[in-house]
Ligand binder design. Structure first.
Ligand SMILES: Cc1cc2nc3c(=O)[nH]c(=O)nc-3n(C[C@H](O)[C@H](O)[C@H](O)COP(=O)(O)O)c2cc1C
Length: 349
């Protein structure tokens, strides 16, 4: 048997009658499937413990995950191969803590409240593979370093140092919010993982099979940044919102590094350095043009849906041989003249 515990937030305002309805469906289905457990609700939060046959429980949890009456569902733990139930008597004992108060209930409410709040905070800071491991009931500290083929993407804002010197902090913050909002949404939307935010840039990776999706994420971000620049008023910092993107594909080591008191889940290897250096090439003129995104042959070979163009052979730091450099063959990746003179233009604004 298996036991699963999760916490979630109401998807919308739910009346006491609607909660009763969830309880009634749960009892009927769980009696049929031999599942037992508890469902607490309080201040728009659900906390549920479900236990029973593994296959039946997985099917039930799949239905629960797709239920729009709640959202932000976070599995707190899975216990496999349990031999005894905690709640053998209850098909689904539902307790609405909002209707109860008292010296025993109030501390429980406070604990559950703190659990959800802390979880929401930690979620924003935690790498997706770590959250996925916790969701699957595994200990993420056991994720040892292993070799994997990945697509690696680096991005950096142009002239961020000058922007911070010239514009007030609140304005720089606004620009960063828009840059990170556009790039992170696009990366996550295309199946990528954001590995690190570097202050004025980021590192992300995609499964090796998602080369076209990775490029699509970058093209989408470039489009969003252009729209923001075009919408910006004359004095607005967003006129200067430019970023470069470098992409490669290769074998890297993925997993936990550090010690048990301070762990980081990250990627290591030559391909990571190459992606960072490729990103640096977006500051250079290549054949009289400056490109917002460039990549090497390793990545180019994986692209199927987008036409690409060889820009030439260039020397990059850390490599003894020149590399073939590519960009998507489309005009929207060529940066306007403003980008090449950005520093001067920001200073003279
Ligand atoms: C917080 C919450 C807990 C739920 N718990 C259960 C449950 O324990 N068992 C169950 O069958 N359905 C549960 N549901 C309902 C399922 O999401 C789904 O609506 C239901 O299983 C569909 O059953 P039906 O196909 O018989 O209509 C829960 C829903 C919510 C929002």
């Amino acid at each position: 048997m298996k036991r699963l515990t999760y916490i979630s937030r109401f998807g919308r305002e739910l009346s006491a009658a609607e909660i009763d309805e969830i309880a009634a469906t749960s009892i009927t289905n769980n009696q049929r499937d031999g599942l037992t457990g508890m469902l607490f609700c309080f201040r728009q939060v659900f906390y549920q413990i479900l236990e029973g046959d593994e296959e039946k429980l997985d099917k039930c949890y799949a239905r629960i995950l797709g239920d729009p009456r709640h959202k932000d569902i976070f599995c707190l733990g899975i216990e496999e191969n349990i031999s005894e139930r905690l709640y053998p008597e209850w098909s689904m004992k539902t307790v609405n803590l909002d209707l109860d108060s008292g010296s025993t209930i109030d501390p429980v409410k406070r604990i559950l409240d703190a659990l959800l709040r802390n979880h929401q905070i930690l979620k924003a800071y935690t790498p997706t593979p770590i959250l996925d491991a916790i969701q699957a009931g595994k200990d993420p500290r056991a994720l040892t370093v292993r070799p994997e083929e990945k697509i690696i993407l680096f991005s950096d804002l142009f002239s961020s140092t000058t922007l911070t010197e010239v514009f007030p902090a609140a304005e720089v913050n606004r620009l960063l919010d828009i840059y990170y909002g556009a790039s992170i949404d696009s990366i996550l939307g295309m199946g990528g993982t954001v590995s690190k935010l570097t202050g004025d840039g980021l590192m992300a990776y995609f499964p090796a099979s998602l080369a076209d999706r990775a490029l699509e994420a970058v093209l989408h971000t470039i489009k969003r940044l252009k729209e923001e620049r075009e919408m910006a008023a004359h004095a607005d910092i967003l006129r200067f919102l430019f970023a470069g993107f470098g992409i490669t594909a290769g074998k890297v080591l993925v997993g936990n590094i550090g010690t048990i008191s301070r762990l980081d889940y990250t990627l290591l290897g030559d391909a990571v350095n190459s992606a960072a250096r490729l990103e640096g090439l977006t500051r250079r003129m290549i054949g009289g043009k400056q490109y917002a995104v460039v990549f090497d042959q390793n990545f180019q070979q994986k692209i199927q849906e987008f036409p690409t163009r060889k820009l030439g052979r260039v020397m990059v730091k850390g490599k003894s041989q020149p590399i073939d450099l590519y960009a998507p063959d489309r005009p929207d990746v060529i940066l306007p003249e403003l980008a090449s003179q950005l520093k001067e233009k920001i200073m003279a604004r």
